[in-house]
Design a protein around this ligand. Sequence first.
Ligand code: CAA
Length: 389
Amino acid sequence: MSISVGIDKIGFYTPGLYLDMAELATARGEDPNKYLIGIGQSRQAVIPPTQDTVTMAANAARQILTPAFKADIAMVLFGTESGIDNSKATAVYLAHLLGLSSQTRAIELKQACYGATAGLQLAADYVRVHPAAKVLVIGADVARYGLRTAGEVTQGGGAVAMIVAANPQILALESESAYHTEDVMDFWRPTYRTEALVDGKYSTNVYLDFFKTVWHDYQQQTHRTIADFDAFVFHLPFTKMGRKGLRQILPEAQPEQQETLKAAFEASQEDNRNVGNLYTGSLYLSFLSLLRHGQLAVGNRIGFFSYGSGAEGEFFSGRIQPDFRKGFDDAALTRLLAQRQRVSVAEYETIYRSQLSDDGRDTQLAIGEETASYYLAGRQNQQRQYRQR
Ligand code: CAA
């Protein structure tokens, strides 16, 4: 009999600042309902210079790591498309900050917003072969398009940290999955740029096409239909995108099940609506949002659609486990989101422009406002200076 492998714990971190989307709309001369309803975003995480992908990942991972867990971690798989070095992996910095054993593999994975899914699937395959091992999988990014661009309303940032293990508390992954890769120029970021280049409308069409393709392949492979699912979660660059994805397949469901799936979608978009795009972490924040706000029961089957521009899509599934509520700290996540401070559009623009420069010079960042456990203090001799309080 094959062992059950999947997501045992999930942690999440986003910095303590946010921008109100109605205010941004007004400042950009748009109707607020375009952002609130048309795009489906209410708030957007604002990332101060003292947080980067490494520190956000460390702040997410610390929520789920006990000393016993740390000792069992065999591998760190860090999915990101906003890494800080073209050579050294963010996972190595992270393993050091978290105090993991040196007998750990630590690797960074890149394929746009798909990186964390690659990590999850590789981790699951590893644990199937080494059932005593635990793997730390990260999806952490800063979603950055540029001031006054069409993509500005779909920015955001944060990190999701997951422990993949045998006999998981939250979700047992099913081994079947359908994936699809094509060389598509819908969204990319050449190494000389800090902001992504994007063909926005085209990217939304490719997303929907890829979803159709992998959903169809998955059904052929498994002989399951929509009737076998209790919820679908989507990569959410903005919440309307997932809503459009769900609408594509809803007619396959009976009217009563359509209502169940729609209610589950509302729960799964709640936290993303208030954080914005996390790129690699977005699908998993959406899953966490479903766990937190949805009406789930043990054994429910959840469908996951992962999409990374460029492009790669995957559809896979998993079943909710009896102890799923023990796998995340609901109260801490509620606090984290509720305690954020609102910044004005002018303040957001200042913060946007004050990211660590790309000229390599020594810099000391103002850390007065920073309250996170792990933060970036600056750069010295071309090296980022990470601190823990
Ligand atoms: N009230 C209500 N709705 C309104 C409205 C109003 N007053 N005004 C406009 N809307 C609606 C529009 O009808 C439209 O809805 P539909 O898409 O349902 O037709 C929606 O608001 C958006 O309006 P526009 O299409 O005019 O918006 P836009 O041209 O300014 O840009 C965007 C939208 C292309 C998504 C842009 O934000 C963008 O480029 N974002 C970044 C790219 C992106 O996220 N792509 C997603 C797929 S790629 C991916 O998933 C990977 C990733 O993470 C990047």
